[in-house]
Structure formats: C-alpha cells, structure tokens
Design a protein around this ligand. Structure first.
Ligand code: 5RP
Length: 231
C-alpha cells in the first residue's frame, strides 16, 4: 500500500477525532498546531451543517482560524467545563503521558485541558516514543524577567535549555512569556521532573502533560487509525 504523506496522516486522525467525539450541543476545546488545524476545519464543517457548538480556543492562532471557519469561540471564563478537547502532541509514551508545546501554546493548552472532561490527542505514529524526551526537547514557558537565571535553574535539572527564537527575535507566547526548549538525555521520571520544574521561580508552565489524555488516536502510514486509551 502507498505510504500516505504526513499532512494527510494529520488530516485523517484529526477528522476521525471530531467525527467520533464531537456531538451536537457540546462545549469543545480547540487545540493548537498543524494536526489540530484539521480538527478545527472539521468542526467548522459540522457547524456549517447545523451543529450548535460552543468552542474555546487554546491560542490566538486557533481562535483566528476558528472564527474564519465560522465557529463560535467564547472565552474559557464563560464556560464551567469543556466536554471534549481535541489537540495534538509532540511525544506520546505508552502510558499516554505527553510532551506538548513545540507550537508554543502549552500554557493555554494545559489550562483548557484541566477544564476538559475528555481530552483527545491526535498524532501520527512518528510521535509515539518509549520514553518522553527521546525525540524532542521539553518546552518550558518562563517569565521574561531574569529569564537567564531561570534557565540556569532549569539546567540544574539535567538539561540544556535553549531560548526559543523566531524570525531572529525571541519567541513570545500568547501570554508574553519566553520559552526554553530543554533537551534532556533522558526523562526517567516525568512526574518527579514536573514537580522539580514547577518549584523554580520564573517557570510559568512546562510541556509535560501527565495523566491528561483520555484517548490518543494515532494515524499510520497505511491510513489506518488506532486508539490508545487510559485504563
Ligand atoms: C502546541 C502543541 C501542539 O499540539 C504540538 O506541538 C503538536 O503540533 P503539530 O500537530 O503541529 O505537530 O503542543 O503548543
């Protein structure tokens, strides 16, 4: 069978997530990134076909795309919960633990995930790893004030923090913060690391999304989609 290109794999898995999990009348969280893009477009089609959905966005970029797609976006403060959120991830381990944030939206993504009853993660199989941190760095969002001191404290946790740049300038998140991409040789215990990172002054949020995903849908080069579920 012909291998399907990466964009098509993202579309297949994102659309399946929307088709399977988004029901008329729901409050839906819209993720950020190139896979979530296809989920947002599919949600837009459901709205155009008559679904009444209330949506919250995990970034400015997603909010803009959602509005362009005819979706009603409200602030998270206007809802008391989110029924289902569909979002991408950068790494997924066998226990459904995640690294997110290479797209820079980790803070809002984590806040929306915390308000969500069922977090659905959509990835192609290249994102599946045995151990978190084996393919990508861990993004950590920090306040700009004294950020190099915060980076030093991060390095003491066994990583090499690199300040994220974009178009020759320091990358800024929607919250006006900086991101350090922290390359670890290995992350033996994500739960322990998360605790250590969260107590560093200046750290706003980290890209470890632990016990967050209810379901991970994974697309494969032959076009099939498999499901990983929390026990
Ligand atoms: C953004 C994210 C994205 O979900 C993650 O980076 C995956 O993106 P993509 O689907 O483009 O690979 O966490 O902050």
């Amino acid at each position: 069978m012909t291998a399907i290109d990466t964009q098509a794999l993202k579309k297949i898995v994102a659309e399946k997530a929307v088709n399977d999990y988004v029901k008329d009348g729901m409050i839906v969280g819209l993720g950020t990134g190139s896979t979530a893009y296809f989920a947002i477009k599919r949600v837009g089609e459901l709205v155009a076909s008559g679904y009444k959905l209330t949506c919250v966005a995990t970034s400015h970029q997603t909010e803009e795309l959602a509005r362009e797609s005819g979706i009603n976006v409200v602030p998270l403060c206007d809802v008391d919960h989110v029924d289902v959120t569909i979002d991408g991830a950068d790494e997924v381990d066998p226990e459904l633990q995640l690294i997110k944030g290479l797209g820079g939206a980790l803070l809002r993504e984590k806040i929306v995930a915390a308000a969500t009853l069922e977090e659905i993660i959509v990835v192609d199989e290249s994102k599946i790893v045995e151990k978190l941190g084996s393919k990508c760095p861990l993004p950590v969002e920090v306040v700009p004030y004294g950020h190099n001191r915060t980076a030093y404290a991060l390095s003491r946790q066994g990583c090499e923090p690199v300040l994220r740049m974009k178009d020759g300038k320091i990358f800024k998140t929607d919250g006006g913060n900086f991101v350090y991409d922290c390359r670890f040789k290995e992350i033996p215990s994500p739960f322990f690391l998360e605790t250590r990172l969260n107590v560093i002054p200046g750290v706003v949020e980290n890209g470890l999304f632990l016990n967050t995903a209810a379901v991970v849908l994974v697309s494969h080069p032959d076009g099939t989609v498999t499901k990983m579920e929390r026990d």
